[in-house]
Design a protein around this ligand. Sequence first.
Ligand SMILES: NC(=O)c1ccc[n+]([C@@H]2O[C@H](COP(=O)([O-])OP(=O)(O)OC[C@H]3O[C@@H](n4cnc5c(N)ncnc54)[C@H](O)[C@@H]3O)[C@@H](O)[C@H]2O)c1
Length: 278
Amino acid sequence: MGTYNLLKGKRGIIFGALDENSIAWKVAIRAKEEGANFVLTNSPLALRRKEIFELAKKTGTQVIATDITEVSELEDLFEESMKILGGKIDFVLHSVGMSPNVRKNIPYIELDYDYMHKTLDVSAISLHKVLAVAKKLDAINEGGSVVALTYIAAHRTFSSYSDMANAKSMLESIVRQFGYHYGVAKNVRINSVSQSPTRTTAGSGVSGFNAFFNYANSMSPLGNADADSCANTCMFLFSDLSKMITMQTIYNDGGFSSMGISNKLINQYIDAGCGEDK
Ligand SMILES: NC(=O)c1ccc[n+]([C@@H]2O[C@H](COP(=O)([O-])OP(=O)(O)OC[C@H]3O[C@@H](n4cnc5c(N)ncnc54)[C@H](O)[C@@H]3O)[C@@H](O)[C@H]2O)c1
C-alpha cells in the first residue's frame, strides 16, 4: 500500500487502540504514514495494559486517559489535545464498543438493564458526548471529519450480537442526526464505517465469533475486509477527498451487505450433506 500524504498537516484524536489487533491501532499507523499528527486516547483500564504506549512510541504521539462516557474528561481531552497538537482538530476516530451483557453471555431476551445502559452509553451515546463537547468548545476545524465504527447488525439480526446491535443502531442514528447539526453549523462531516467481522478483543467477545467470521467470509465476493482495509477507508474519510460525504454508513465489508447467498455457501451446505437437489 502506498502513501499519499492524504492527512498532511491534519490533527486528530484516535479513540480505542487497545492492542495491535485493534482497528484503531491500524488507523493510527496509517494516519501517521499519511502525515497526520494526533493524540491517542483510551480508558484508564485499557492504559493499564500498556500496549498503547508502544503505539505512541511508534507514531511519536501522546496518550491521554479518558473514559469516553465522562463529559468532563472529554472536555479535558479536547483542550489538552489542541494544546499538544497546536490547533483545532481535523479528524476524530470513535472506535469504541463494549457490552457487559455480551461479555457475560446473557441471552438477549433476559438482558440485564443496568448492563444495557452501560452498553448504550459506552458504545453509542459516547459518540454524542464526543460531538457535543467538540461543538461546545468549537474544537473541530471547518470541513473536519468524524468517523465511528459500526456493524451491519444495526440493520439486520445477528442472533448472538445482543444489545450491541441496539447500540449500533443508535450510533448510526447519532451519525445522521448530529451530522445534520454539525454540518450546517461548521461543515463538519460525520460518518460511520460498517466493518466485516474482525479478530479483535471486542470482536472475539461475541459468542460464535469464528462462525460469524467464516460465514461472512464465504458470503462476501471479496472475502472479509480486514482491519488494514478499514484503516484505508478511514484515511479516505478523514481526507479532503471525501469532502462532500457526510451522515453515511460506509460498508467496508467485501460486499457482504448486498448478498443473499453465495455459491461458496451453497456448496458448503451440499458438502455437509444438506440442501442437495433430489
Ligand atoms: N471486531 C469486529 O468484528 C468489529 C466489526 C464491526 C465493528 N466493530 C467496531 O469497531 C470498534 C473497535 O473495536 P475493535 O474491534 O477494534 O476492538 P477493541 O477491543 O480493540 O476496541 C474497543 C475499544 O473500546 C475501548 N473502550 C471500552 N470502553 C471504553 C470507555 N469507557 N472509554 C474509552 N474507551 C473504551 C477499549 O478499551 C478498546 O480499546 C467498536 O466500535 C466495534 O464495535 C468491530
